[in-house]
Write a protein that binds this ligand. Structure first.
Ligand code: CS2
Length: 489
């Protein structure tokens, strides 16, 4: 009989288990955003760190919105399976790094207590780009963002990232507790400075006495995080059950590859993440740019072009010969915008990415990656496009990705099938595009939305011409044929 995962006894020998006694290690991290990516990434590195060097560094996981992750993990004493899948095979590992799992709505007091507890020395985050409430034009807060607006009007009852962190930093300072280190693990450029600027701007309105403290006394190391982690499906849970011989409602699956580059700035200490292979460096920016432009930028291009061409998974896009050519071109164009990075060969990195995208065991949906484009395109496509423009390099690959996104924003496939954009600015985008029929109308309508397309790019006649021509072709129907044409150009 299959019983639920509740402890480590009775697991098959093939399953890797925590190599430390969980009860010997107290919590030291509060992690906000208890999704699959955190469970596949930072929690795994922390598990390795605990096994190698111990310490009180287990994680209190917090979901801001849903209750499911906390419920699933709560029932299993924080244990869950990571299924690692590569061409070499499939393996299961049970992670013990999560000490407690909360949902803000349900366990509010426990979350606030954990944020204020002196034992919490790091607060890390994977909440996705849209949850921060960044105004892309100013780098400060977007006052129309629902969580920011709610927290400004009631800062003592925080709901969102900025509100919670500033509230907790204020309480800690009043209590004479050193501030925690804030570690942003989302796919954002200069993630540490970005989050600091956001909190400072929020504090100006909600807690002006804290502006200096946040500016000078709190560390915000930047990071580059990487592990492809598709959304979980019923097949994931069935596979977990086969592998661990127990049911595991919190299991996730991901690729075997993982990478973490971290700026080493932790005044109150950190787990020995290098034991899991993390690279601790002084400057993360070049790694962030490489990953955001080559991996994530190509991913977004794959998502829009692939979805429009009728491909469900990233691996199907890689098996399409025309799209594979366009992927290779995009990787090359993105690499060309980067400054050299000592010890890293961008063409080897590109080859590795092509192999990772082709992983036959991952069901990574193009529609999943297509989500939240207005939050992703600026750092993934427009920033390298701007650099290319300034360096006099070709803009074609970035214009192509942009044209695919614009076509995707029409919300309807060639065959007339309507789909939701799943973008935080969906209502605004759809309203802006109402009545837009030509590529020129579409580009102008999206350009008018604040904070999406950089003005210097819009001012480039070459850029506009390329985007308009490519979008016109994509609007002409038979997208696979259009993609074949682009690939053979
Ligand atoms: C993807 C990322 O969904 C997306 O936007 O590009 O989640 C990607 O899989 C990860 O950043 C890989 O580390």
């Amino acid at each position: 009989m299959i019983t639920p995962l509740a402890g480590l006894d009775g697991l098959p020998k093939t399953v890797r288990c925590p190599a430390y006694r969980r009860e010997d290690h107290g919590p030291g991290i509060v992690h906000i955003g208890l999704g699959a990516f955190h469970k596949a990434h930072q929690a795994v590195y922390t598990d390795d760190a605990l096994a190698a060097e111990g310490g009180n560094w287990r994680i209190i996981g917090v979901s801001l919105r849903s209750t499911a992750p906390a419920t699933e993990l709560g029932r299993q004493d924080g244990l869950y399976t990571v299924i690692e899948r590569s061409v070499e095979g499939t393996s299961a590992r049970v992670i013990g790094a999560i000490a407690a799992a909360y949902s803000l709505g349900r366990d509010r007091q426990a979350v606030l207590d954990a944020l204020c507890d002196p034992s919490t020395r790091i607060v890390s985050l994977t909440v996705t780009e849209k949850a921060y409430g960044i105004d892309r034009k100013t780098g400060g807060i977007d006052r129309n963002h629902p969580a920011i607006a709610a927290d400004i009007s009631d800062p003592d009852n925080p709901q969102g990232v900025a509100g919670l962190l500033v509230w907790a930093l204020s309480r800690r300072r009043d209590a004479g507790t050193p501030p925690f280190t804030v570690l942003c693990c989302d796919n954002l450029p200069e993630s540490g400075s970005m989050l600091r600027a956001l909190l400072v701007d929020y504090a100006r309105l909600a807690a002006p006495h804290l502006v200096d403290h946040i500016t000078n006394a709190v560390a915000f190391p930047s990071t580059m995080v990487d592990r492809i982690t598709p959304a979980r499906t019923p097949a994931t849970l069935a596979l977990a059950c086969d592998l661990i011989q127990h049911s595991d409602a919190a299991a996730i699956e991901c690729e075997a590859f993982r990478q973490w580059v971290i700026e080493d700035d932790f005044p109150t200490g950190r787990p020995a993440w290098e034991a899991g292979g993390a690279l601790l460096v002084r400057d993360v920016r070049p790694f962030e740019d490489m990953k955001l432009r080559m991996l994530n930028g190509t991913h977004s291009m794959i998502a829009y072009a692939g979805f429009l061409a009728g491909h469900k998974y990233v691996r199907d896009v890689m098996a399409d010969t025309s799209l594979a050519v366009l992927v290779e071109r995009h990787l090359k164009a993105a690499a060309t915008t980067l400054d050299p990075l000592s010890g890293v060969d961008f063409s080897a990195y590109a080859a590795e990415l092509r192999a990772r995208f082709s992983n036959p065991h991952l069901e990574h949906e193009t529609y999943q990656i297509a989500m939240d484009g207005s939050e992703k395109m600026p750092q993934r496509i427009f920033a390298p496009a701007l650099d290319a423009l300034e360096k006099g390099q070709p803009l074609d690959a970035f214009a192509f990705a942009t044209a695919c996104w614009l076509r995707y924003l029409m919300g309807r496939t060639d065959g007339g099938h309507a789909y939701a954009l799943r973008d935080p600015r969906e209502t605004e985008i759809t309203a802006a595009l109402t009545g837009a029929a030509t590529a020129e109308d579409i580009l102008s309508s999206i350009s008018r939305l604040p904070g999406i397309l950089p003005q210097r790019l819009e001012e480039s006649a070459t850029w506009r011409r390329l985007v308009i021509n490519m979008t016109t072709e994509l609007l002409s129907g038979d997208i696979p044929a259009v993609l074949d044409r682009f690939a053979s150009d």
